[in-house]
Design a protein around this ligand. Structure first.
Ligand SMILES: O=C(O)CCC(=O)C(=O)O
Ligand SMILES: [Fe+2]
Length: 688
């Protein structure tokens, strides 16, 4: 997936630029309306004082090979002010250079009739240079193609409105014939008496142009030529384009910057971004995430891997259909039971019966860690209500134990079952994403790892790998074979599986067979949180949807949010740089698979879907391929939303062991190296 991973990196860099230079439209040139996108440092209106640039309106000579082109070719009109561009000085230097060459060519004197031609060349060439610079700083380039004649003077655009200016003041000066404006460079020379060194302004139309691939560093340089903004940003400890996220501290900064640069305003569900057409916005089937769906050799399935990576790296989440398009509805029935329990809980809270039964949010009994909280809490005058639950590792029961007196034993069972369903999905996704990233980094590649058993093998037949190395048949520089690479993919998946089993906390005791240090305590670090979000208090907010749980990233491997009946979870789409509501895509998918709502009798449509968002720990194990999702909850007045996220965190007392879970230290980035051998709870704490 190499091309894909370079995209989010670029997008994320753009996100990081925003906080300190948000004034220019040019940085938003990802906006879909391309026609509007020719502004930037230049004005769009034509006048002779400023510089301007816009798309040409009347093109009737477009070469046929360009007419159907799907690239970014276009035609531009540009106005250049001779004062800002120092055109006078440039034309003098150009003329002098031409004279040096001409003198060599005509030792006995330059023919008189060529004099004006050299003048025209130097005027035209300096104008062309100025236009190149102007276009370049607006993200465009001259598009003269391979046709040499297009390079000729006068052929790269239609010159008009040439006037002489004082290079110091920019004031228009009359030519020798008293005119203030000429139709062409030829006229300016012949009638106006232009000479090299004289400043001039001009308009040139219909310049063949093409949009350059965005080079953010070049843009930044254009916007911040002396580097003041850059230095200021550095002083503030900001991450800048080109900076690696090389430490836990920088990871925290990266997340904070991305959180801060996402807009605070909210749209209703009709106006919010609906996602694009790329694979990563599609719902994935539960079964394709299972280890059983890997390739026969045990490497990850390429199609699943691309889907997972596109979703997580570029769009902030992946939407999972638990039923495989209704082929296995039982799981959705369990989820439906959990939704029933959640509804029942908040109904009783609302009626005032339950609040006194359930302990207030506090550290779970018998656990030292202040991270392991359980209990009920209410914020914002009750607009935000939470019950934090956790699984007891000793007996698999749900904490706080008083929950059963509100939702009953059945209700509790459905919550525990739902937790298990969700955490298994979360583990599969972490396996795939981590394996894909290790594999891409080549972290398990060992040259010569697979020695052919084939008697006929010509190169190293009869030698073991060690013998081959010792005898110099192979050396370090040898390229890995296809077999070496295939083996690495299998190992990457195996190691990532181990990671999900050992250092992710699924609420169960660590397997006996895991031969690692651990001190996991009696309570799961991964909470199952049931929530009610409303927008009823605070009369000012009433008119429209607004943030009720502000933008943040989670210190988790993944956060799993079961799609709710009422939409409201928003993830910040790193690709389009807009808020995006995955619950709407889940709803659309449900409509397409079950248009008549025939399954509704068994379970509500939304209990089929999970939304899985990457957290900060996955950003680490994916080697920064996957940024932790910036997300928030938006609530509309009068439509409370119930929610039941699971936050999958790390098992206490276990250690990050890069070689065990992610392969060679030689291939590890500096963030991975920093975390290597750290206790998972220390990594967690340092990200708070
Ligand atoms: O409830 C939700 O939809 C999301 C909650 C969330 O982001 C969190 O609890 O960290
Ligand atoms: Fe969250």
């Amino acid at each position: 997936f190499a091309p894909m991973t370079s995209v989010p990196a670029l997008q994320r860099i753009e996100g990081r630029i925003r906080p300190f230079c948000s004034t220019t439209k040019i940085l938003n040139s990802n906006d879909d309306d391309d026609d509007e996108d020719n502004s930037g440092m230049f004005d769009e209106t034509e006048n002779m004082e400023g510089n301007w640039m816009k798309k040409s309106t009347s093109i009737d000579f477009m070469p046929s090979e360009m007419q159907n082109s799907k690239d970014d070719s276009t035609y531009m009109d540009v106005g250049i002010n001779g004062k800002t561009f120092g055109i006078g000085g440039l034309s003098r230097r150009m003329h002098e250079a031409m004279m040096v060459v001409a003198t060599k060519q005509f030792p006995s004197g330059i023919p008189e009739e060529l004099g004006d031609v050299y003048l025209l060349y130097s005027m035209d060439a300096s104008a062309k240079e100025a236009v190149k610079v102007a276009m370049d700083s607006n993200g465009y380039a001259l598009n003269l193609g391979d046709d040499e004649s297009m390079q000729d003077e006068g052929a790269w655009g239609q010159i008009e409105s040439v006037s002489f200016v004082d290079s110091e003041t920019g004031d228009v000066i009359k030519g020798e014939d008293g005119s203030t404006s000429y139709e062409s460079f030829t006229d300016a020379i012949a009638k106006g008496g232009w000479e090299p060194g004289d400043g001039f302004s001009f308009v040139v139309r219909e310049i063949p142009s093409r949009k350059k691939a965005m080079d953010l560093e070049a843009l930044l340089k254009a916007l911040d030529p002396d580097g003041t903004l850059w230095d200021e940003a550095k002083d503030k400890g900001m991450l800048l384009p080109g900076d690696d996220i090389g430490s836990l501290k920088e990871l925290a900064t990266d997340c904070e910057q991305r959180v801060n640069s996402a807009p605070r305003e909210a749209n209703d569900e009709f106006n919010v971004y609906r996602g694009g057409t790329s694979m990563g916005y599609n719902v994935i089937q539960r079964s394709s995430l299972l280890k059983a769906s890997r390739n026969p050799d045990g490497s990850e399935n390429q199609k699943t891997l691309l889907h997972v990576m596109d979703s997580l790296a570029n769009h902030g989440c992946i939407i999972v259909d638990l039923t495989d398009e209704d082929k296995s509805p039982e799981v959705a029935e369990t989820m439906s039971g959990m939704w029933g329990a959640t509804g029942s809980f908040f109904k009783q809270i609302g009626e005032g019966d339950a609040a006194s039964t359930i302990p207030a949010m506090g550290p779970a009994e018998g656990v030292g860690s202040s991270h392991a909280m359980v209990g009920y809490a209410s914020f914002k005058d009750g607009d935000n209500q939470f019950l934090e639950t956790r699984i007891s590792r000793t007996d698999g029961s749900l904490l706080p134990k008083e929950t059963s007196s509100v939702i009953g034993e059945e209700g509790v069972k459905s919550m525990v079952d739902a937790f298990n369903i969700m955490s298994e999905v979360g583990k599969d996704i972490v396996r795939i994403a981590t394996a894909a990233s290790s594999d891409e980094a080549g972290a398990f590649v060992t040259v010569g790892s697979v020695v052919s058993q084939d008697e006929d093998s010509p190169s190293i037949a009869g030698l073991s790998f060690e013998e081959a190395t010792v005898s110099g048949v192979m050396d370090e520089d040898t390229q890995p074979s296809d077999d070496d690479i295939a083996r690495a993919s299998i190992l990457a998946s195996e190691a990532a599986t181990l990671l999900t089993e050992e250092i992710m906390d699924d609420g169960k005791p660590l397997s006996e067979s895991a031969n690692i240090e651990h001190d996991e305590g009696q309570v799961s670090m991964s909470p199952h949180r049931i929530c009610r979000y409303s927008n009823e208090k605070g009369s000012k907010r009433k008119a429209k949807p607004s943030e009720i749980f502000g933008a943040h990233t989670d210190t988790t491997f993944v956060t799993i949010v079961p799609a709710a009946a009422v939409s409201g979870l928003e993830v910040y789409d790193e690709d389009s740089l807009q808020w995006y509501r995955p619950e709407l895509n889940a709803r659309k998918h449900a409509k397409s698979v079950d248009p008549k709502g025939e399954m509704d009798a068994k379970f509500p449509w939304h209990s089929r879907y999970l939304i899985v968002m990457p957290g900060e720990l996955l950003q680490i194990t994916s080697r920064n391929n996957i940024p932790a999702a910036v997300h928030r909850v938006v609530a509309a007045p009068e439509t409370p939303r119930l929610s039941a996220p699971v936050l999958l965190r790390a098992r206490p007392g276990t250690k990050m062991d890069v070689e065990r879970y992610m392969g060679s230290l030689d291939k590890a980035d500096s963030l991975l190296l920093e975390t290597n051998d750290m206790k998972m709870e220390d990594i967690h704490s340092s990200l708070q």
